[in-house]
Ligand binder design. Sequence first.
Ligand code: NAD
Length: 471
Amino acid sequence: MKNLNKNYINGEWIEWRGDTIDVNEAATGDVIAKVPASGRAVMEQAIEAAHNAFEGWSESTLGQRIKVIEQLHAGLKERASEIAETVSREVGMPIKLATGIQAGLPATVTGSYLKMLPDFPFTEQVGNSEVQKTPVGVVGCITPWNYPLHQVILKVVPALAAGCTIVLKPSEIAPMSAYILADILDGTDLPKGVFNMVCGLGQEVGDSLIKHPDVRMVSFTGSTRTGSLIAHAAADDFKRFALEMGGKSASIILPDADLKAAVKGTVNNCLLNSGQTCTALTRMLVPADQHDEACELAAEAVAKMTPGNPLEETTRLGPLASAQQRDKVIDYIKLGIDEGATLVTGGPEAPEGLDAGYFVKATVFGNVKPDSRIAQEEIFGPVLCIIPYRDEQDAIRIANSTDFGLSGAVWSGDQDKAKAVAGKMRTGQVFVNGGAFNPLAPFGGFGHSGIGREFGKWGLEEFLEVRSLQL
Ligand code: NAD
C-alpha cells in the first residue's frame, strides 16, 4: 500500500522522516507496515490547513457536499475487497465477516447519509424565527482499532455533510484502512485542506489535537479513560465533544424465551470480532433454574467457533488485534478463575496449534457474581459471563448495575413483555428478540459509555450549531 510513511495535509501527501510505529498482522505478529509516529508540529500544520479551509467549505452548497460523498461512496465500494483484507490482517476479524462489516458497513453508512441529506432540514421555521443549522468548525476525529474504517466514516461523512473541516487521528494499532480512505478522498472534488490525516500516538498528536484552540469539536471513539481526558481538555476552551466509549452490555433471557435461540444469539454477538466490539453482549442474565442448561448451550455454541487464520473463508473466530490486548484478556480470564466463577469452556492457554499471533480461547464463565470485576469491567475479548437471576426485577437491577450503558438485549416469548423490560434498561440501544441493526437509528451510550450519538440524523446534528434569526 502506498503513502504509509506520510501524512495527508492540505491535499498533499507529506513524507515523514522521524520515528515510526509498527503495524502487526494479528494472526502472526509479523510487522506488515510502518506508519509515522508524527510530532506535534505536523499536527499543527494539519489543524492550520483545516482552519484555513473552513470558511470556503462551510459556504459550499449541499450539492457540492453530496457530490463528494457520492464519490467517496463509489470509492468505498470499488475498494471493498482491499479494505476487508487490510482490516482482517491488522485487526484479525475473519475475512467473511470483515467483508460484510469492516468493508460493507462504511459503504452502507455513507449511502444512508446520501439518502438522508437531500431532505435534511438545515433550516427550520419556528413561529417568527428561522432556525439555521450551521457547521461547528474544525473537527478533530480520534478513532480506535476495532472497527477502524467504520468508526472513521461515522465521523468524517456527517462532518463533511455538515460543512465542517476535519483533522483525523486514526488508531496507531490499525491505521491502514484510514490510508485507503485518504487516498479515495484525494481522488474526489474535495477542496484542499477540508480533510487532513495525521498518524501518530494518542499522547503526542492526539493530545495536540484535543488541546488546540482552533479545533472547535472533538469527535472521539475509544476507551473511557481517553474519553475522560478529552472531556477535561475540551472544558478548558469550551470545545464541543462527542464520546463513544466502552460497554458491558447485558442480554436478559426471560423465563419464557426460546433458551437455545437466545443463548446462540448472545454468544454470536459476544464473540463478534473476537469480543472486540463495544456493544458486545458480554453478560448473559438467565433465570437461576435455567443456569446450568444455559451454560451447556453456550459451550455448544462456542465449540462451533473454531479459531483460525482470519484470511480463510471458513474461519469464524480470529485472533485479537495486538499482543497487549491478548495479554489483558488472558489476565481477565485468570482473574475470573480467581474470583470463583465456574470455567464452563475456554481458559487462559493459547488455543491448540495457534501459538503465533494474538489468539485467545473463547471462554465462558458460569455462576458469575454481578459485582465481580469480570462482570463489571470491559474485557474486550472473547469472554462471556453467565449470571443467574431470581426474578425480572432482579434481572433489570443486575443489567443496570455497571457504570456503562451502551447496548443490551431482551429475549422473551412475548414481544410486549420484552419491550417493557427493554424500556427499563439504562442503555443506548436494546436488541429485542434479535431485532436487526439499523444504520438510521441513533447509536451511543448512557453513563460511562458516552455522550452524544452517531448514525442517521442524530450523527449529523452533532456537527451542527444552531442559530435563530428572529424575523
Ligand atoms: P483508546 O482510548 O486507547 O484509543 C482510541 C484513540 O484515542 C486512539 O486513536 C488513540 O491513539 C487515541 N488516544 C489515546 N490517548 C490519547 C490522548 N491522551 N489524547 C488524545 N488521543 C488519545 O481506545 P482503543 O484501545 O483504541 O479502543 C478500544 C476502546 O474503544 C474500547 O473501550 C471500546 O469499547 C471502545 N469503543 C467504543 C465504541 C463506541 O462506539 N462506543 C466503538 C468501538 C470501540
